[in-house]
Design a binder for this molecule. Structure first.
Ligand code: ZN
Length: 328
């Protein structure tokens, strides 16, 4: 049994408009679902991803107009890595330098280039090339051609005081430790590109999406959840049956997974990993196409059945969000 990769990553942002403008116009992601926070339906929950909203590409936000700024600290995911084709990396370095306010010059990590920058709320993002991801669909938006588009997550980075127990858990989840680079250690799903190992394809020969989790081991203070911080990291479960098996295995490993929660687009269980980061295990089915077809993905305000009768009340309270016409 092994986890096939990341499913989605959820972060907290400031106002929804600035978030939408940045992730669509600057990074070229597709808004694939406009729904509400199921635990607070007066708040948006925005999902960005590839053209079909595939697992492994879903970056989601809870935008709060008045959220106070957060700060990543120990026990939190601190960075989100986005994968682009190897030939597109320099195109992205130019674009980030031109269009993004806060960025570091390109650096090298694990022998591969990376550019680190911040979104408008201070969330740390990274773009890095990954072999074979050019075969994944991505999304063509505005002045970003499909060939250069972001294809999927490359990784997420967990900021930890001591990663030993987290490393053990990742191995229970089927991740393999790769090399260390200074304060970073990389863990990879089966088939992930690895030095001297796989070229980045799964057993069926398809490119592996969202393959890495990196640990950043550094003594830091406790962080503060808020605008610009990552709320949780979700991993893929291929189906409900697999999810239940994992639930059992995780409990056996000493973790305390929740009951299965219906998230409309997937079923989820949640647990804190030993370093403190909130993990989720989300099923691939039913997926983003359950209530919109591929063409109209992200265009309607989508509510789960249990909120439909309060639709008008909810829509009146949601902060204004102007989206551009669908270009599919
Ligand atoms: Zn989630």
């Amino acid at each position: 049994m092994h986890i096939p990769g990341l499913h989605h990553i959820t972060a907290i942002s400031g106002g929804p408009q600035r978030n939408y403008d940045f992730y669509t116009d600057i990074l070229g992601l597709r808004l694939v679902k406009k729904t509400v926070n199921f635990d607070d339906p007066q708040t948006w929950h925005l999902y960005y991803g590839d053209e079909a909203g595939s697992p492994g590409t879903l970056l989601t936000f809870f935008p709060f107009e008045n959220a106070s700024p957060g700060r990543a600290g120990t026990g939190m995911a601190s960075r989100i890595g986005l994968a682009v084709p190897e030939d597109s990396f320099s195109w992205w370095v130019d674009r980030i330098s031109d269009r993004v306010e806060r960025f570091d010059p390109p650096a090298e990590r694990f022998g591969s280039p990376v550019i680190t920058f911040q979104d408008p709320d201070g969330l740390l993002l990274e773009i890095m090339p990954l072999p074979r991801v050019s075969q994944l669909p991505g999304w063509s938006h505005g002045d970003i051609p499909q060939e250069h588009s972001i294809r999927c997550f490359a990784n997420t980075t967990l900021l930890l005081d001591d990663g030993a127990e987290t490393a053990r858990l990742l191995q229970v989840m089927g991740y393999e430790p790769l090399e260390k680079d200074g304060v970073f250690q990389r863990f990879a799903v089966k088939g992930a590109p690895a030095p001297g190992g796989s070229d980045g394809s799964d057993q069926g020969g398809h490119p592996v999406s969202a393959p890495y989790v990196d640990l950043h081991i550094q003594k830091t203070t406790v962080g503060r959840m808020g605008r610009g911080t990552i709320h949780h990291v979700a991993f893929r479960a291929e189906n409900e049956e697999g999810q239940l098996k994992w639930r059992e295995a995780l409990a056996k490993a000493g973790l305390r997974p929740t009951q299965v929660v219906d998230r409309q687009y997937f079923n989820s269980i949640y647990f804190h990993e030993p370093g403190g980061v909130l993990f989720e295990l989300a099923t691939d089915p039913p997926g983003m196409l359950i209530d919109e077809d591929k063409k109209s993905l992200g265009t309607g305000i989508k509510l789960p059945p249990w909120f439909e009768e309060n639709r008008q009340w909810i829509e009146e309270r949601l902060p204004e969000l102007k989206t551009k016409p669908n270009t599919y």
